[in-house]
Design a protein around this ligand. Sequence first.
Ligand SMILES: *Cc1c(COP(=O)(O)O)cnc(C)c1O
Length: 355
Amino acid sequence: MRPARALIDLDALRHNYRLARACHGGRALAVVKANAYGHGAVACARALAGEADGFAVAFLEEALALREAGIAGPILLLEGVFAAAELDAVAHHDLWIVVHHAAQLEMIEASQPERPLHAWLKVNSGMNRAGFLPAELRAAWQRLRGCGKVAEITLMTHFARADEPQVIATEEQIAAFDAATCELSGPRSLANSGAVLGWPAAHRDWARPGIMLYGADPMPGEGHGLRPVMTLESAVMAVRMLEPGAPLGYGARFHADRPTRVGLVAMGYADGYPRSAPDGTPVTVDGVPTRLIGRVSMDMLTIDLTPVPGAGLGSRVELWGPSVPVNRVAEAAGTIAYELLCNVKRVRFEYRGGG
Ligand SMILES: *Cc1c(COP(=O)(O)O)cnc(C)c1O
């Protein structure tokens, strides 16, 4: 059997959720959109079901998959609904919806839900991606209040730069949110992971942590005690020596500058390992740090075994996990941990610490 696998540590997931909730105070929706950032939404939601105050996903079908798996309790649709017909399922399955656009308000006004809806009214406090402008907010809130279809309104916003502690944008967004909402009642929710960890002024009734649950720290420094949830690993499947000057792999991107012992590893970009990873991207072999060399192929990649003379066929290779922070791989590859984690596929998923 091909040794490529993603080990998912559900104890670490619970540890990170508790840390997020305690750091923020109040309640926390565990964000499990995009298949729990690639970790398996049903398994992650089940692991958190005993303690999470609720979950957040992007859209209806993601929520229905959780309900079908027996996940009870609040589930928020972060994009809200795309068509009026979805509101029947929203009410039937007791889901919560973000309302970020006038068209969604009209759908709610025209709906006949079988029970009152729970709406999260989104303020555009400066990100300018989704949400009602401060000047439009009061009217939107009054329409939701007055339409007779909505039982509870939570006020929310989302930050563009919460993971940048040195810039003023987040403080400006908090101030814009507070000014827009000061006369409106209802619970508040501002904080994604970056704001949970870095912006206490954004801590209100509900947090919405995502990436931190999976142990990838969105803030520089990584000093927050998060534990990585996914270990992406495989094994050495062949070993060869390269003489100085010999090329390696597609495009001959890498040339040996000294006798180089190369390990061929069963992991490629079809598994989600980034093709953009340059020579020098960190990996460990049997726990010893070394580096990627040569271009990543669809099914395989190559690493430098010269610093690990004891390694050979079958040696364990960690691509990211406890000994190789996924943030370091993302940085080397010119992307972010979110994208790497979401992209993992084809490998076997093995869960530890369930129940
Ligand atoms: C994805 C998402 C989150 C979680 O963000 P992280 O940076 O992963 O913590 C929170 N709120 C909204 C609206 C989102 O779309």
